[in-house]
Design a protein around this ligand. Sequence first.
Ligand code: ADP
Ligand code: MG
Length: 451
Amino acid sequence: MSFADLGLSDETLRAVTEAGYTEPTPVQAAAIQPVLMMRDLIAIAQTGTGKTASFVLPMIDILAHGRARARMPRSLILEPTRELAAQVAENFEKYGKYHKLSMALLIGGVQMGDQVAALEKGVDVLIATPGRLMDLFQRGKILLTGCSMLVIDEADRMLDMGFIPDIEEICTKLPTSRQTLLFSATMPPPIKKLADKFLSNPKQIEVARTGSTNASIEQVLVTTTSRGKRETLRGLLRVEDVKTAIIFANRKTTVRELNQSLRRHGFASGEIHGDMDQSSRLKELDRFKAGEINILVASDVAARGLDIKGVSHVYNFDAPWHPDDYVHRIGRTGRAGATGKAFTLITDEDAENIANIEKLTGQTIPRIEGAKAEKAEAPAPRAERPARPERAERPAREERSTSSRRERAPRERDRRDAPAQHHNTPEPIATDADINWNGPVPAFLSVRIAD
Ligand code: ADP
Ligand code: MG
């Protein structure tokens, strides 16, 4: 299946080719035609499967006909966070470069005045977070009666963030004859209910996954101590053939200090964390993309929403507190055929976190001793690689699955509510949505299309 088979216009196809996409992902292959045929659609596919283009591309062609009227956007895309909204806007710019579509972004943290001015003129596409949209609505600055297309993106994140009531209200303000598309990584009951209420005879697409982590990511746990962590990390960075790496830490202070420490040791590193505003984060990301630095130390929240993909290595300086974060973090590597490596430094205190991660991913992750990596700190020539994960010792399965360990596994909610036990200020727990986890693209996915 190629993009050319999907019924898109030549202009859109040209933009897609220029963006470097050669083949549609399974969700794109299944979604684009029904959307072009004006069907309602429910698409369930994990993060990183290309859901954005599966609505942006057909929308561009649908909106190519017709004109916008003042204050009445022709289509509305709801996103849970401003980062995601901005990314969707970038997608419209990229794929819509041969079309003349107007667009407005309605998100928090941006001057309301400019946004209102854009809307006054009339737009083909309005991309908004629900809170800001409701705000504007209440001020009477916007009319949704001319909106014939609605996209509810990242629906499960919307649910996490408490946006469902807002979305329900927004839905009632659009004409009932509209086309509605709903995208989500999962389909919890409240989302199902929302879909039943606001979509009519939707085509349903489900892209099943065979596992929550990608087989082309080589994963290793490296045992170390709190004090030995930096040294262990440096050892790993030196013996591995690191082209580009992201190092995740759980706290902002750790991100900053670790970056400073790495720079002192001669590594070309940079940092992104929650205390930086979006433009500084993007600047740092640009340095990374330009190859000025090849290591980016990041916190989860800051890394979410940034289009960072295909790095050769991911290091978890701290084991993540939430197993979902593990999957998201390591998903930054190992894309489309390339093998990536993910190392997680663990201390005795991480036993529970690791047990939860292994439970979620349904696999036992091989372990190596950090000491081996530390030895490599001695000026090891690049060719010599003492810390190759192949040496990993795999603990016997029985040994791990003792019930005592299972009992100790904390319930997620308890952990989320009790960050105070960590001595540094933790990053705000990621309500900030799941965002562009640029994880595994299609190879391991299979598509089931149900009518
Ligand atoms: P999702 O919304 O499902 O989480 P995105 O739409 O954000 O996923 O896409 C994830 C990544 O995959 C993005 O970096 C995007 O550029 C890339 N991508 C999307 N479609 C394709 C494709 N057909 N070929 C290659 N890469 C793609
Ligand atoms: Mg998405």
